[in-house]
Design a protein around this ligand. Structure first.
Ligand code: KG4
Ligand code: ZN
Length: 366
């Protein structure tokens, strides 16, 4: 069975083709995937502009689909199921992927399946050479979400804790902006941090000892802002001077970046370990864009190795949004018997879910 997956929830258009044999135990196979990142388009605005995102998805999705089919040596008529990101995400951007998927389904007379974006991230490590086994604790760290989940199988997700304000990716992005780095700031901040001292500045580790598995990163951004103003001897109640990055200089910026990254990573590592202790599980899966962060990987690997816990990550290039994880999540749903051909028979109406708690999925098809 060939599954075409379409991702368009934010600023990446991703398309992929995954092959799966329903009922067999052989893992789904990624045949081909293609991605277009809109990052350079949004950089001029310092963040994602939803209307521009939707328009660009419209431009990219069909050429990417052609590229994926050619890469797999297939044509549209070889596709058996069309999967797309149904939510959460930007409403207009989601509507593009959903509209194209439903139109393809109707034209080809093939079923269509809406996938939860975070389920895609969560299952993306199954596309790696060292896939995990259920059950595991998942640390989902993206630009919009920071959650710890207990995962007992496909569709069996229990929320253990989540951020009460900003996501970890947002903390990276907002702090990076203060240091004059372009959007999205996570990768740039982490590169800058390589030359800095993580102990240079004492930044808060929010909710580190709260006893629960929730996160809070909004205060960290304020602490970074205050630290930068102090270094500039600027008015703490006034706006950040426009030339802040230039005046700070590269060495100090690197120290601030390293200290910020260390604060975020310390909290993510400590809470992940607490989740493992509380659940008694021996396996951790890290997914989402921040999962590409090198310090996070190093610190988690070291901490988990000390406790005999296995850690699994998606391939580096599949940490951020992509179509492969959407096609893979659909394939795993099919294989787990959570979807059957009579579901999702093509119609002409569809709905996206810009806000959609992952925990609601557990009730679907189980
Ligand atoms: O999962 P993703 O592609 O999109 C969402 O679903 O939100 O995650 C994007 C987020 C951004 O905040 C970006 O700055 C962050 O992941 N990110 C990183 C790194 N690579 C991407 N954060 C820290 N270090 C990285 N290497
Ligand atoms: Zn994402």
């Amino acid at each position: 069975m060939r599954i075409l997956g379409i991702e368009s929830s934010c600023d990446e258009t991703g398309v992929a083709l995954v092959e799966v044999t329903p009922g067999a135990s052989t893992p789904p196979l990624l045949r081909s995937h293609a991605l277009h990142s809109q990052i350079s388009m949004h950089q001029a605005y310092g963040g994602v502009v939803p209307e521009l995102a939707s328009r660009d998805h419209i431009r990219r999705v069909l050429p990417l689909t052609d590229e994926v089919l050619a890469g797999a040596g297939c044509t549209l008529s070889d596709v058996d199921l069309v999967a797309y990101t149904q939510g959460p995400g930007l409403a207009g951007a989601l509507l593009v992927g959903a509209g194209v998927a439903v139109a393809l389904g109707a034209a080809l007379q093939r079923p269509v399946l809406g996938i939860h974006h975070l389920e895609g991230h969560l299952l993306s490590p199954f596309l790696s050479a060292d896939p995990p086994a259920f059950p595991f604790v998942a640390l989902l760290v993206s630009g919009g979400h920071t959650q710890l989940m207990r995962v007992d199988g496909v569709g069996h997700y229990t929320l253990l804790g989540e951020t009460i304000d900003d996501a970890a990716g947002e903390a990276f992005d907002k702090s990076a902006k203060l240091l004059g780095l372009p959007y999205p700031g996570g990768p740039g901040l982490s590169r800058l941090a390589e030359h800095g001292n993580p102990q240079a500045y004492a930044l808060p580790r929010p909710l580190l000892r709260s006893g629960d598995l929730d996160f809070s990163f909004a205060g960290l951004k304020t602490a970074v802002l205050t630290q930068v103003k102090r270094l500039l001897s600027a008015d703490l109640s006034g706006p950040l001077p426009a030339d802040a990055a230039l005046v700070l200089g590269d060495a100090v910026r690197a120290d601030v970046a390293a200290s910020t990254q260390a604060a975020i990573v310390d909290v993510l590592v400590a809470k992940s370990l607490s989740a493992l202790t509380q659940t008694g599980l021996q396996r951790l899966v890290v997914a989402g864009g921040v999962g590409a962060n090198r310090r996070l990987r190093e610190q988690l690997n070291a901490a988990c190795a000390r406790q005999g816990i296995r850690v699994h990550y998606p391939e580096m290039h599949l940490c951020t949004d992509n179509g492969a994880m959407i096609a893979m999540a659909a394939a795993m749903r099919v294989q787990a018997g959570l979807w059957c051909p009579s579901d999702g028979v093509p119609g002409h109406s569809f709905a996206v879910r810009p806000r959609w708690p992952l925990s609601e999925l557990s009730a679907v098809g189980v």
